[in-house]
Design a binder for this molecule. Structure first.
Ligand SMILES: O=c1ccn([C@@H]2O[C@H](COP(=O)(O)O)[C@@H](O)[C@H]2O)c(=O)[nH]1
Length: 232
């Protein structure tokens, strides 16, 4: 089994018991785990610490978006929980991202710091409604700003992965939600791609929630996706 699992399972559950029930049936070699707004609001730091204690790499996906000092301090607290990765919104701007990076760099051990470009639920029409250009243009703009602010990578759709690897370089991490098998419902996601296509396009980590957690057999489904990626 891979020591660098590419799938990050989104534990979008309402309580810690459900998250731990999932975590206790998989291993850190099979997947990384993501704690997002629902689970964190319900269960708080204890759920993060419980997953870290079980040996998992935890992506704390709280997408901080605030003034520089507030975001930097929040990310420092996240780092103290022992998370593997934390994120902010790139639209918070260069000063916010640089201040946060500097705060994390002062720690003895720091998590990866990445920034959300354009949410994978948004399509061109939704972006136009808020006065922004089409996804590829806006994602590239925010990814360049993120790279220039010294962060480790971005959250984007796998549809933008090939372009971003060219623009930002191979070391710049691409974390891609909106992953859907070809025959699956998109749900509220707009910019989707299959797991195999996402890896081929250059995605480093695939964030997958409902296609795994809401499948009939989440553990067999995770194994199938890992196998598909391995063979790709
Ligand atoms: O642009 C983004 C940023 C974050 N997410 C998060 O990823 C998962 C996706 O879950 P699915 O069930 O596989 O759709 C979810 O936790 C989102 O908050 C995203 O989808 N898009």
């Amino acid at each position: 089994m891979s020591q660098d699992p590419r799938i990050v399972v989104a534990l979008d559950y309402a309580d810690a018991a459900s998250a731990f029930a999932f975590a206790d049936r998989v291993t850190p070699e099979q997947c990384r785990l993501k704690v997002g707004k629902e689970l964190f609001t319900s269960a708080g730091p204890a759920v993060v610490e419980g997953l870290v204690k079980r040996g998992f790499d935890v992506f704390l996906d709280l997408k901080f978006h605030d003034i520089p000092n507030t975001v930097a301090q929040a990310c420092k607290v996240a780092a103290q929980m022992g998370v593997w990765m934390v994120n902010v919104h790139a639209s918070g701007g260069r000063k916010m991202m640089e201040t946060t990076r500097e705060a994390l760099e002062a720690l003895p051990q720091r998590p990866l710091l990445i920034a959300v470009t354009v949410l994978t639920s948004m399509d061109a029409a939704q972006l136009a409604e808020i006065g922004l250009p089409e996804p590829q243009v806006q994602v590239e703009r925010l990814a360049r700003l993120t790279r220039d602010s010294g962060l480790d990578g971005v959250v984007c759709s796998a549809q933008e992965a090939a372009m971003l690897k060219r623009v930002c370089g191979a070391q710049f991490k691409l974390v891609t939600p909106g992953i859907r098998p070809a025959d699956a419902a998109a749900d509220d996601q707009s910019r989707v791609m299959t797991p195999v296509a996402a890896i081929a396009a250059g995605a480093d980590y695939l964030v997958m929630g409902r296609p795994i957690t809401q499948s009939k057999d989440p553990f067999a489904t995770l194994q199938q996706f890992n196998q598909q990626i391995k063979e790709a």
